[in-house]
Design a protein around this ligand. Structure first.
Ligand code: ADP
Length: 622
């Protein structure tokens, strides 16, 4: 206890009072003593100046025994009371202690030192009790906050869009702190520098006087998208409250990540549903389109078998059978290609392809009557790609030009170039495509209304496949058309510059059996040619044979030292861009063009690829 002890003696017997006072004052200066002869006077004095301790006689003119203790305690609830009694009565003593007295001394048997010690202990116990009461009150407050947090977490995790999530957080903060809460979206002007600074922090920021809290919140993209300004509160924020708000902020971050995953799942679900629809359509179309040629083949075969056709007639029947069989074969090929695309198994080779030569081959197969004029206006129309697939594209486009125009009408194929691309233009003078239908012609099963009326046979699959294949070669395909006058189909494919171009090759090094097919699928879906290796040695060998533009390395599954790979990537001409997947610490090396911590979303993979591509030579970028 610091300073002098201030003691109030409540005793109606002046002799006793004097004795006690003498005891207390004997070690001079340590105690300051006041005396009251009645409870009323004592209560008055305690109110005016609360003492550190009260020495209470239990038989007073205005109060007796236990009653006196209870009344004194009520008058000075926070002051320790030590009983002075003439009797040694255990029962009374224990009752007095229950009523709030701290200790019990028997008059006449008290030594000076006993008295002082009893008073000291009483005061200390009282202080301890008060501290306990305060921490119990704080625990209760914190308990209330925790209960609120648990309920808020439930509400937050049940919220299904980002804006509602953040609004709910603002509402929870309002309720929790009884403060004013303002919400700012990214891009909205912030009223002061306190908030501007807080926007770039990753956690709650508190003002110096603890009266204001700013909380940056990540959106579904992972970046800070919102800011909460919690202010106009009477009491300063406690550590517990800051912790609580930070916890809520973390809940929102997790809920936002869940939302992103949920969105991706929704997308996947709808694309599965869409695929299912397409499958149904495909079955319907195929069932219908297979029947026609099959009927023709079976009919003519039967007539030939019965010997009912001879000479020219028999020859023409055989020609019809061959044409119908060709249609069936084409249909089967298209269907196969379609299913490869749907399964993500469309593997494109990346050979140099001379489009002039390719087009001559195409014309030989689709234009026996030599209706099509070929004009190659480029010296070296070389692109990188898959010759069989490119052939399929041009067979379809040139075949259509012939199919949808009169038998003897000319068709022109011109190969020229722009700065980046080799262009193939196929022009006919045929039926054309109605303007409002052009944009649908590249969809599956889409056919022009005039084509359907004209009774020209078709499935609406060819142009869809042509578009997908051209896009996977990094190119594009366009139509210009006028009904009754004709159409021009233009295919642009990236030119080979400095020995590179066309489809970008991305190699993947991972030992993860689930990750590998996922990344491969996503990459092929975006038109990259991919190869996967399980070991670093295998990958380095492959790089020697056909250098890729990009390599993705799953550091978590590679036990070897990747330094040789980083050296090789830097030394290659052109340099190879490396992307690291895995724990953030492992990807500290400067050799990586992009890093992708696990877990990642498809959008993260896309962003990493874009970052890596930006570091490639301009001719290689898409
Ligand atoms: P199809 O098997 O019907 O020919 P495609 O996918 O190759 O399927 O073509 C889709 C539709 O585009 C055709 O049905 C037709 O309406 C239209 N089309 C394609 N090429 C031409 C063209 N050269 N002239 C007019 N219409 C065309």
């Amino acid at each position: 206890m610091a300073g002098k002890m201030h003691v109030l003696i409540v005793e109606d017997n002046p002799a006793d009072a004097r004795l006690v006072r003498a005891y207390l004052e004997s070690t001079s200066g340590l105690a300051e003593v006041m005396t009251a002869a009645t409870l009323r006077a004592a209560a008055e004095m305690a109110r005016e100046r609360p003492p550190d301790a009260i020495l209470l006689d239990m038989s007073l003119p205005d109060g007796e025994g236990i009653d006196a203790v209870a009344r004194m305690h009520a008058a000075a609830p926070n002051v320790p009371i030590v009983i002075l009694s003439a009797l040694q009565d255990e029962a009374v003593a224990s009752q007095a202690l229950q009523l709030g007295a701290q200790d019990y001394l028997i008059k006449g048997r008290v030594e000076e030192s006993d008295l002082r010690r009893a008073l000291h202990y009483a005061i200390e116990r009282q202080q301890l009790l008060q501290r306990l009461a305060r921490s119990e009150a704080r625990l209760q407050d914190e308990n209330a906050i925790l209960r609120h947090l648990a309920a808020a977490a439930g509400r937050l995790f049940a919220t299904l869009d980002e804006r509602s999530l953040v609004k709910l957080l603002a509402q929870e903060a309002r309720q929790l702190f009884g403060a004013r809460v303002d919400l700012y979206a990214r891009g909205a002007g912030l009223p002061d520098t306190f908030l501007e600074d807080a926007f770039n922090a990753r956690r709650p920021v508190i003002s110096d006087d603890r009266s204001r809290l700013a909380v940056p919140i990540a959106g579904t993209s992972g970046r800070t998208a919102w800011l909460l300004d919690v202010w106009e509160r009477n009491d300063p924020f406690t550590e517990g409250e800051v912790f609580a708000l930070d916890l809520l902020r973390r809940y929102v971050t997790i809920a936002a990540q869940n939302l992103a995953l949920f969105g991706e799942l929704q997308e996947q679900r709808s694309s599965i549903l869409q695929l299912n629809h397409l499958k149904d359509d495909l079955i319907a179309v195929l069932a219908h389109d297979f029947k026609g040629p099959l009927t023709t083949i079976m009919g003519f075969a039967e007539l030939l078998e019965l010997g009912e056709l001879e000479g020219d007639e028999a020859e023409s029947a055989l020609r019809t059978i061959r044409q119908s069989a060709t249609r069936l074969a084409n249909l089967a090929n298209d269907t196969l290609e379609l299913s490869r695309i749907d399964q993500g198994e469309l593997n494109l080779s990346t050979d140099p392809v001379d489009l002039g030569n390719l087009m001559r081959e195409v014309l030989q197969s689709v234009d026996p009557s030599k209706r099509v004029r070929l004009d190659v206006a480029v010296d070296d129309p070389v692109v990188r790609g898959d010759p069989a697939r490119l052939r399929q594209v041009f067979e379809n486009i040139v075949g259509n030009a012939m199919k949808y125009s009169a038998h003897d009408a000319p068709v022109e194929v011109r190969i020229d170039e722009s700065e980046r691309d080799v262009r193939v233009l196929v022009t006919d003078c045929g039926i054309g495509i109605p303007p409002d239908e052009i944009r649908f012609m590249f969809d599956r099963f889409s056919r022009g209304s005039n084509a359907k009326k004209s009774k020209v046979k078709g499935t609406g699959l060819g142009l869809y496949l042509a578009r997908v294949l051209v896009e996977r070669h990094g190119g594009k395909i366009e139509i210009e058309s006028e009904v009754g006058r004709g159409s021009t189909f233009t295919v642009c494919l990236p030119r080979v510059l400095d020995g590179v171009g066309g489809v970008l090759r991305v190699f993947i090094l991972t030992g993860d059996h689930q990750l590998a097919p996922y990344i491969t699928h996503e990459l092929r879906d975006r038109g990259f040619a991919t190869r996967r290796d399980r070991t670093l040695a295998g990958l380095l060998q492959r790089i020697d044979i056909e250098p890729p533009e990009i390599v993705i390395v799953d550091l978590d599954t590679v036990s070897e030292d990747v330094a040789p790979l980083i050296d090789r990537a830097c030394a290659a001409t052109p340099p190879i861009a490396l992307i690291a997947i895995g724990s953030a610490a492992a990807a500290q090396s400067s050799g990586w063009k992009a890093t992708l911590p696990k877990p990642f979303l498809t959008s993260d993979l896309e962003a990493a690829l874009a970052r890596a591509q930006r570091t490639l030579q301009p001719a290689l970028r898409r």
